[in-house]
Design a protein around this ligand. Structure first.
Ligand code: GAL
Length: 415
């Protein structure tokens, strides 16, 4: 055997290349802002000497991505890592296919860094099996500032009456008043914020987290469905099937007055070089001022055979929760860091408001998990809710009362 180290091998050993491995990552971050954020992770992995196989599955909200992931796993060929969120992580844990991340979590001190409620979502039987990367706030309105100034004197609507008055004025002025993309996950996302605003966080938790039948079948639910349907008359004919980021672009370009969407939309404004307070205004959806509807994106790791693949996967997990990645990634993603010790000095006013509201909501108990974004229900139940909401939205003859009773029976059947 050649005992002398070749120069290349020696160099590789020094730079750690000897452990250089590959990660194949399944994700659905394909919009401008999402891709810019993900590029930071791809570069950091490359700088550590690993290679990155990108397995992007387009489709906002990740429904398609999760379907593809299941087919990959069933065929015994899962990627190294996949985007995931919420209770579904435990379902993957039940299958015994995930890699444990406790070595990284311990050496990086995740338990001391992450809020316990966040940490627990990403563990299975006490071991970390997923690395959380952010906190997205979903009960946001994104308003084009020049339209808001022109038609509403710059006044941010605080109630649903004020909101619909703003919609009327924007429509009369010739703008698309409400920008929406007619896809089931977007319908569910908007409905969820309207329901939170109409019913408040206690009722929201009873209805959509505890699946309490009284809350689900209440007049409040009917009022939420009615308020949601009222938005339809302020949308444009191009709404059906439109992707969320193309909808955000309508607000960015001054064609539409407002979009209700999670703050991944802020990543699109950032990618377009737009500033909050100058080009657009972020504000909480009416009635949700004191609540924080959230989801946490994470990457779960599938058990790997080779040492190199395991090393690459461990490095990926470490980077995802690292301070450096958290600061750079969330700046572009529109979310806030999942660890509270990251400086927000470089973040904008919307992110700073999000962080202070997140901490206040966690303290006051008005922090609610998003069912539209996989944080509150088993997938079968949230899928049933998606169907009821979208069918009601698309069926001009279906009454809000009918939607409420369909919701109750659909959830009962899905449990
Ligand atoms: C959410 C996800 C965000 C963003 C959004 C649009 O479910 O948490 O990171 O990707 O979908 O695709």
């Amino acid at each position: 055997m050649n005992k002398t180290l070749t120069a290349a091998t020696f160099a590789a050993l020094i730079s750690g290349q000897a452990h250089a491995g590959n990660v194949e990552v399944l994700h659905y971050w394909t919009s401008g802002g999402e891709a810019a954020a993900l590029a930071i992770l791809q570069k950091m992995m490359k700088d550590e000497g690993h290679s990155w196989t990108d397995f992007a599955v387009a489709g906002g909200g990740g429904e398609t991505a999760m379907t593809v992931l299941k087919s990959r796993a069933i065929s015994g060929n899962p990627p190294s890592a996949s985007m995931i969120a919420g209770p579904e992580i435990a379902q993957w844990g039940d299958l015994g296919v995930l890699a444990k991340l406790d070595e990284v979590a311990t050496s990086e001190g995740w338990d001391a860094l992450l809020p316990k409620a966040v940490a627990d979502i990403h563990k299975y039987q006490g071991s970390y099996v997923a690395a959380p990367v952010n906190v997205h706030r979903i009960n946001w309105m994104w308003m084009n500032k020049s339209i808001l100034d022109q038609v509403n004197g710059g006044q941010v609507p605080q109630s649903w009456d004020e909101f619909f008055a703003f919609m009327d004025k924007a429509k009369q002025a010739g703008f698309i008043a409400f920008a929406h993309g007619g896809q089931d996950w977007q319908d569910a996302t908007v409905f969820e914020q309207v329901a939170l605003g109409v019913g408040g966080d206690d009722w929201y938790r009873q209805a959509f987290v505890e699946l309490d039948k009284q809350a689900l079948s209440s007049d409040t639910m009917t009022q939420a469905f009615a308020t949601f349907k009222k938005l339809k008359s302020y949308m444009d004919p191009g709404m059906p099937g439109r992707d969320w980021n193309l909808t955000t672009a309508m607000v960015i370009d001054g064609k539409a007055a407002v979009q209700i969407m999670g703050d991944w939309a802020k990543g699109e404004f950032a990618a377009a070089g737009k500033q909050p307070g100058k080009d657009y205004v972020c504000a909480t959806v009416p009635g949700t001022q004191n609540a924080f509807n959230f989801n946490v994106d994470a990457f779960m790791m599938f058990a790997q055979k080779s040492k190199e693949a395991q090393a690459a996967q461990q490095d990926l997990s470490r980077l995802l929760v690292s301070k450096e990645f958290q600061e750079e990634f969330n700046l572009k993603k529109g979310s806030i860091p999942v660890r509270p010790d990251v400086s927000l000095a470089r973040y904008d006013s919307c992110a700073k408001q999000s962080m202070s509201d997140f901490q206040a909501s966690a303290k006051s108990g008005s922090l609610v998990p998003s069912f539209a974004h996989a944080m509150a229900m088993e997938p079968a139940v949230s899928g049933a809710v998606y169907d009821v909401v979208t069918n009601f939205f698309n069926d001009n003859d279906m009454t809000a009362d009918a939607a409420t009773s369909r919701l109750v029976s659909a959830i009962e059947l899905a449990q």
